[in-house]
Design a protein around this ligand. Structure first.
Ligand SMILES: Nc1ncnc2c1ncn2[C@@H]1O[C@H](COP(=O)(O)OP(=O)(O)OP(=O)(O)O)[C@@H](O)[C@H]1O
Length: 296
């Protein structure tokens, strides 16, 4: 449990139609923390957010938002939300949308600050429905910032944004986090999780199957990939301790091993003609694939 818990799911289960969308999930986001919820399509990420926002109620377990129920108005005033479906009034201009969103809060963020943080100055007079998908995402972000949220929910926030917009978005998130804002983020862009998240939770088929820092998640899959040009046979290498697999691709030998060093020693001792030796850690993508495959 984090200090100053902002939102938490305790033993939460939720069915959606015939699907067990979440099963016994415990998860908490602490003050000033960026928590990235990752997992394949249908893993339950959006369902988890909908429960935290009080849009759905759990079948079992409990949901707390700032220590209250998510339906509590005072708790809801402390959050900002950017969902996959925005539900903004299409025919309004961006300026009108922001005026409307700011009017919901007793002490809204200034328009100038919102516009600068979201980078939407050139869009203010345009009608929302005429904006591109990436521009609409930026406006949705601006709307989420209107109430000076202490906790931001961002469900796949940068889908459709170009590289520059995405990087500006990341800089803004870091600035807000620097001011003490916490973030619950879902994303399919692993570089986004790597750029922003203090902690990662991995959902697979409704269960939280791994949780920790990016380094810890990567470390759960401690495998090393070794690549070299060698005349050794796959069979010979496979017989060595620590080696999970060895595969020949033309003159290249590709080895996956639990630990690199003993395999490297054996390779160098067995093949004096060995060249182009490369060793890599499993990346976050490989780690997530392995974790979700093992969970299945
Ligand atoms: N309204 C609904 N009615 C029935 N089943 C639903 C409904 N919404 C979601 N589901 C099912 O619940 C499961 C979890 O869906 P959810 O949207 O939470 O996944 P997700 O991890 O957010 O996926 P994605 O990465 O595609 O956004 C899926 O199997 C989905 O088909």
């Amino acid at each position: 449990m984090q200090a100053r818990t902002m939102v938490e799911l305790c033993g939460v289960s939720k069915r959606r139609g015939a699907i067990q969308a979440l099963a016994g999930v415990d998860l908490a986001v602490g003050g000033g923390e960026v928590y990235a919820l990752l997992g394949p399509n249908g893993a339950g990420k959006t369902t988890a957010i909908a429960l935290m926002l009080g849009l759905l109620r759990p079948d079992a377990g409990s949901v707390r938002l700032f220590g209250s129920t998510p339906q509590d108005l005072a708790a809801r005033r402390r959050i900002g939300v950017m969902l996959q479906s925005a539900g903004l009034a299409d025919a309004l201009s961006v300026g009108e949308l922001l005026a409307q969103a700011r009017s919901y809060y007793p002490q809204p963020r200034s328009l100038a600050d919102i516009v600068a943080l979201a980078g939407i100055e050139p869009l203010l007079r345009q009608r929302y429905e005429r904006l591109s998908g990436g521009q609409q995402r930026r406006v949705q972000f601006a709307v989420a910032l209107c109430g000076r949220p202490e906790l931001l929910f961002l469900d796949e926030p940068t889908t459709g944004m170009d590289t520059e917009s995405r990087e500006q978005f990341w800089r803004t998130i870091r600035e807000l986090v620097g001011q003490g804002c916490a973030v619950l983020l879902t994303t399919h862009y692993l570089e986004e999780a790597e750029a922003l998240a203090d902690r990662v939770g991995v959902l697979a088929q409704g269960r939280l199957v791994a949780e920790g820092s990016i380094a810890a998640i990567r470390g759960r899959v401690g495998q090393r990939q070794i690549r070299c040009i060698s005349s050794l046979s796959e069979e010979q290498v496979r017989a060595w301790p620590q080696v999970h697999s060895a595969l020949r691709e033309g003159e290249w030998l590709r080895i996956v091993a639990a630990e690199a060093e003993p395999v490297l020693r054996s390779l160098l001792a067995a093949d004096s003609g060995l060249r182009e030796l490369e060793v890599q850690r499993a990346g976050l993508a490989e780690a997530l694939q392995t974790i979700t495959r093992e969970a299945a």
